[in-house]
Design a protein around this ligand. Structure first.
Ligand SMILES: *Cc1c(COP(=O)(O)O)cnc(C)c1O
Length: 433
């Protein structure tokens, strides 16, 4: 072992000892390798780990269904009828919203459709929607379909926000330039909270302020932001936002998503929307009238009664966040993990990988494998990491994403990842051996 290797490992051990959140790792099931060792799990940005308490929360609802059947809608500590209401407050704290601005329902893409149905009201003059270059495919499909649904053509009405030539990261200047050129044509701007590929954190507040000067509605895709970065959706005046609960929110594969509608819109029952009985006024819902009276909160966009087993998993996960009390300790540790990761990468493999994630990011760091003559390809490196029990993910054409999550990852996880990465990449230009 070289001295760099030793000091990195020692530093990781020190940081882990000093970590005030270290006991939270025990609250999660850590997957095991074939030979029974804990996996270094750095893909919480893709599927967060299962909290130990989740099974109990889900079993409770299965039991209730078994014991009392339909009465479960109204009986017990957490009746199914208002079950989604129990999630609003803890969820709102995580995204910086008022409880009445937040509802857990459907999945991210469905919620995006519901929001576009309300907030994309094109006119001949103002007909376009903006998405960022390399936006997540599902977001592009959703936006395109709304343009077509209203008789438009994506060629004309789907506008791409582009970073500077040859750059990965977006700057506020890029937004300013787009607004200057096409601001009058834009109806809706859809931005990511954290860009899923590069890990860039978007300056949401600044973008909202600028777009609102042009009368543009701003929606935010928080798939990689909810539970990961600091958010103040209400204060920042975001118009709407959508997210999923299975990434940093640890609520299980395909679990129900989240939706935020700013209070100034949520209370406006005159807004058009895709309607369903679960969005109808609770007092008169069961009178079974056909007049639709929307609930004057984000709940007014609900369609159907929700899958309770999935909401139970979300309640379990939010209980872990509640135990910590606020996002701040998580943000602090995430920053430390991120700095440690960047520093180790720089020191050990700085000549062989390029970090495309701008500084001051959330948990995720995206690495471009440079692929030098005679060295293994990015794909081969990724394979070697998986074989060594390091779970990171691969994005074509040559990017590895790693996301140390403050709830359950350790500094030692980070060190192991970089150490294995260095070994898989082979000797670099300035080998320290
Ligand atoms: C994960 C993710 C989604 C997932 O969409 P679902 O509708 O939940 O399947 C959407 N958008 C982005 C940017 C994502 O990262």
């Amino acid at each position: 072992m070289s001295s760099t290797t030793n000091s990195g490992s020692r530093l990781a051990a020190e940081l882990d000892r000093a970590d005030p959140l270290r006991r939270f790792r025990e609250q999660f099931h850590i997957p095991l390798t074939d030979d029974g060792k804990e996996v270094v799990y750095l893909v919480g940005n893709s599927l967060g780990l299962q909290p130990r308490r989740t099974a109990g929360f889900v079993m409770e609802e299965l039991e209730k269904w078994k014991r009392i059947g339909v009465r479960g809608h109204f009986e017990g500590d957490y009746p199914w009828m208002p079950y989604h209401e129990f999630l609003a407050e803890p969820m709102a704290r995580i995204v910086g919203a008022l409880p009445e601005e937040v509802v857990m329902m459907n999945s991210l893409t469905v919620n995006l459709h519901l929001m576009l149905a309300t907030f994309f009201q094109p006119t001949p003059a103002r007909h376009a929607i903006v998405v960022e270059r390399h936006a997540f495919p599902s977001d592009c499909h959703a936006v395109e379909s709304h343009i077509r649904l209203r008789g438009g053509e994506p060629d004309q009405s789907l506008v791409t926000l582009r970073p500077g030539y040859g750059e990965w990261a977006f700057k506020l200047d890029d937004v300013d330039q787009l607004l200057e050129e096409r601001g009058q044509e834009l109806a809706v701007m859809l931005i990511p909270g954290v860009q899923y590929y590069t890990g860039q954190v978007f300056p949401i507040r600044e973008i909202v302020t600028r777009a609102h000067r042009y009368g543009i509605v701003v929606g935010v895709d928080l798939a990689h932001a909810a539970g990961n970065i600091e958010l103040s959706l209400h204060e920042w005046n975001v118009d709407f936002a959508v997210w999923c609960s299975y990434k940093y929110l640890n609520s299980g594969p395909g679990s129900v998503g989240g939706c935020f509608v700013h209070k100034r819109h949520a209370t406006n029952t005159g807004l058009v929307r895709m309607a369903g009985w679960w969005g109808h006024d609770k007092e008169t819902r069961f009178q079974m009238n056909s007049d639709f009276v929307p609930i004057p909160t984000a709940e007014g966009w609900q369609l159907s009664n929700p899958p309770i087993l999935s909401l139970a998993a979300i309640r379990a996960s939010l209980a872990v966040f509640e135990e910590i009390g606020s996002m701040q300790p998580l943000l602090d540790k995430a920053r430390q993990l991120n700095l440690f990761l960047r520093q180790q990468l720089q020191e050990r493999v700085g000549d062989r990988v390029h970090i495309i994630t701008p500084p001051r990011s959330g948990c995720q760091v995206s690495l471009e494998v440079k692929g030098m003559d005679g060295s293994p390809s990015g794909r081969e490196v990724h394979r070697a990491l998986l074989d060594a029990g390091i779970e990171v993910d691969w994005r074509e054409p040559n990017v590895i994403r790693a996301a140390p999550v403050p709830l359950y990852n350790t500094f030692d996880d980070v060190w192991r990842f970089v150490d294995t990465l260095a070994a898989s990449l082979g000797p670099g230009r300035s080998s320290d051996c």
